[in-house]
Design a protein around this ligand. Structure first.
Ligand SMILES: [Zn+2]
Length: 192
């Protein structure tokens, strides 16, 4: 069913709508430093791994620049995981598909999502290493009782959120939101 989600236009539209809401909230708040008005200063993106029907809204990551002090503010996103080229939903679900009792073969994921075996291995290490050692996760993991199995990430996280249909992946992407901003760039600086 996770394979179905990765081709589900409704999910991708919903994630875009959530990002628009997050951006509107950030814009309304004004500059974090001086409180002045924020101008649009989006980043162009060419995200990989989404369905062929991905709308034009996906060709940019919303960002703002202060009208007065030029400080940049990039709102959290449920679509883009830091500077990774692939969409966050792909970074999560492709790894989940490689886990569990009947893992999807790497060759199939390459055909369906264009994700190479090397990239899958790199993401796997990112979850087990950079992610589990991040300040974000060290603070957030205490929220889960019993603890989320760190050796089974990201599958263990998705299972823990639970719910029907695309609810778990939406919740995971929202949960990962703080990792998607520039303040977490040292963690997600590794592209790909
Ligand atoms: Zn400012």
């Amino acid at each position: 069913m996770y394979t179905t989600l990765l081709a589900d236009a409704t999910l991708f539209e919903a994630l875009l709508a959530i990002d628009h809401d997050l951006a509107s909230t950030a814009h309304a708040g004004g500059c974090l430093l001086c409180g002045q008005r924020l101008d649009h200063a989006d980043y162009p993106r060419k995200p990989r791994g989404g369905p062929a029907t991905l709308g034009p809204g996906y060709d940019r990551r919303c960002s703002f620049c202060c009208d007065a002090c030029r400080t940049r503010l990039t709102p959290v996103s449920v679509r883009f995981l830091g500077r990774k080229v692939y969409l966050g939903v792909v970074v999560v679900l492709a790894c989940v598909l490689r886990q569990g009792p009947t893992p999807t073969r790497a060759a199939r994921l390459r055909d369906q999502l264009g994700v190479s075996r090397d990239t899958l291995v790199r993401w796997h290490h990112w979850w087990r290493d950079a992610f589990v050692h991040s300040a974000f996760w060290k603070a957030a993991r205490a929220r889960f009782a019993p603890a989320v199995d760190e050796t089974e990430l990201p599958r263990s996280l998705l299972v823990r959120f639970g719910g029907e249909g695309d609810t778990p992946i939406r919740m995971v992407l929202r949960f990962l939101g703080p990792l998607t901003t520039t303040s977490a760039s040292t963690l997600t600086a590794g592209r790909g």
